[in-house]
Design a protein around this ligand. Sequence first.
Ligand SMILES: Nc1ccn([C@@H]2O[C@H](COP(=O)(O)O)[C@@H](O)[C@H]2O)c(=O)n1
Ligand SMILES: C[C@@]1(CO)OP(=O)(O)OP(=O)(O)OC[C@H]1O
Length: 157
Amino acid sequence: MRIGLGYDVHRLVENRKLILGGVTIPYEKGLLGHSDADVLLHAVKDALLGAAGLGDIGKHFPDTDERYKGADSLRLLGEVGKMLLLKGYVVNNIDATIIAERPKMAHYIETMKENIATALDISVHQVNIKATTTEGLGFEGRGEGIAAQAIASIVIK
Ligand SMILES: Nc1ccn([C@@H]2O[C@H](COP(=O)(O)O)[C@@H](O)[C@H]2O)c(=O)n1
Ligand SMILES: C[C@@]1(CO)OP(=O)(O)OP(=O)(O)OC[C@H]1O
């Protein structure tokens, strides 16, 4: 079994959609990025790429490449899943944490899990997503941005 870690942060700004785990969440601000800025999926992809020894998302989907402007992070997650399969790996499990003061994520967690499982062609039982605040502390606590952490384990097919 191999294990990988992922971590990402995006800034919250006005006039952007808030997309997390492929779910568009009603909120007064959204995350800024070259892609759709889905910070949760970025952390998940980095965890998977890390576990497989395949580098990180910036290596495979550079933010200088126009092809990834506004890119759908769920589609890119599917591509990462295919990269792992090509190397002979299958996903064992994924666990992730969204770090955000607001909005409340609880209502959207199940759909996020389903989206990730579908993109990777795995069972929803292999995916766990959590959310936490930082009790008002730091950039997440001030609502300046959202962070996500992920860990993934993979096994040889
Ligand atoms: N953006 C968030 C943050 C937290 N939750 C849920 O609330 C629980 C308590 O959060 P604390 O930071 O006070 O520990 C947490 O376990 C989550 O279930 C949430 O839905 N959205
Ligand atoms: C997937 C990419 C593609 O531009 O998304 P960004 O929105 O630029 O997000 P970031 O986490 O800064 O870097 C990863 C990029 O490769």
